[in-house]
Design a protein around this ligand. Structure first.
Ligand SMILES: Nc1ncnc2c1ncn2[C@@H]1O[C@H](COP(=O)(O)OP(=O)(O)OP(=O)(O)O)[C@@H](O)[C@H]1O
Ligand SMILES: [Mg+2]
Length: 258
């Protein structure tokens, strides 16, 4: 199978203005190479500050890169675009818009005919089990429900790439577990290519086809691990527990070096 997403020699250095004409360079990402196959679910883990969010922001087109190449479907990626859906940890919904209008945000930008809007809303409302909340505003929803809306909004774009930065990081353990199961179901239905960033090795072990481990800053890829466990995954099975431990120790060894 060919690569959906190809990252070659990606580098990112931030130039931070310290005032009085002084600047400081923060070398966030160092020569990251990564190939993601069509329909693959890739999780990226690594110690805090290693450049995971920076990489996601570059893939979303929200930060410029300072070196390397990124190809999506063989075409260079530059700037934000409606071919990528993004879900962040902090509920980036529009508070002044209903669930329906939030879901339709990108659909309208894509200039999809209005006659199709209702069908799209219904499809993603059903997929994310949000029936009855179409006219509700985000401040009336629980954190878990808001992230369901954020996922529905990202998927309604029918994106080539779904980018997720710790989307369940602010949720309680039970809601997080529920949404992880929902996400696996949705991914199996939609066959989207997913890049999912997390701190949580159990989450990565539960979700991913492959787990990419990044080093402490400047972030490089140190390990690329195939998760060979059947779905739905049992977090108590010996294979699961073993991989979870292995990933935890890989992150720990990265954190020790920093
Ligand atoms: N806009 C910015 N300007 C300057 N430096 C930045 C900026 N964004 C991130 N950095 C720096 O780049 C490095 C990587 O940050 P990033 O947020 O990508 O890490 P992360 O792996 O997502 O961390 P965490 O796990 O805590 O979310 C950090 O040293 C951070 O301070
Ligand atoms: Mg981050």
């Amino acid at each position: 199978m060919s690569s959906k997403l190809s990252i070659q020699g990606l580098q990112k250095t931030f130039v931070v203005n310290e005032g009085f004409g002084r600047t400081r360079s923060v070398h966030a990402i160092e020569k990251v190479n990564l190939e993601v196959l069509d329909g693959e679910f890739v999780c990226v883990i690594g110690p805090s500050g290693c450049g995971k969010s920076t990489m996601l922001m570059i893939l979303a087109g929200l930060y410029p890169k300072t070196g390397g190449d990124i190809l999506l479907d063989g075409k260079p990626l530059s700037g934000p675009g409606l071919n990528r859906g993004v879900v962040f940890q902090d509920f980036a919904l529009f508070p002044w818009q209903s669930v329906r209008t939030n879901i339709l945000y990108g659909v309208r930008q894509k200039k999809i005919p209005a006659s199709e809007h209702e069908g799209i809303v219904k499809h993603y409302i059903d997929m994310m089990s949000l029936q009855g909340f179409e006219e509700t505003f985000p401040n009336r929803l629980s954190g878990g429900m808001r992230q369901r809306v954020a996922i529905a909004r990202a998927l309604a774009l029918d994106p080539e790439l779904l980018l997720m930065d710790e989307p369940f990081g602010a949720l309680d353990a039970q809601t997080r577990g529920n949404l992880q199961r929902v996400l696996v179901d949705v991914w199996e239905q939609t066959k989207k290519t997913v890049v999912f960033i997390t701190h949580d090795v159990r989450e990565a072990t539960f979700l991913a086809d492959r787990v990419i481990v990044m080093s402490a800053r400047p972030g490089r890829i140190t390990d690329d691990i195939c998760v060979d466990l059947v779905r739905p995954r049992d977090i108590l099975s010996p294979g699961f527990v073993e991989l979870e431990r292995r990933l935890a120790s890989l992150i720990e060894s990265q954190s020790d070096d920093s």
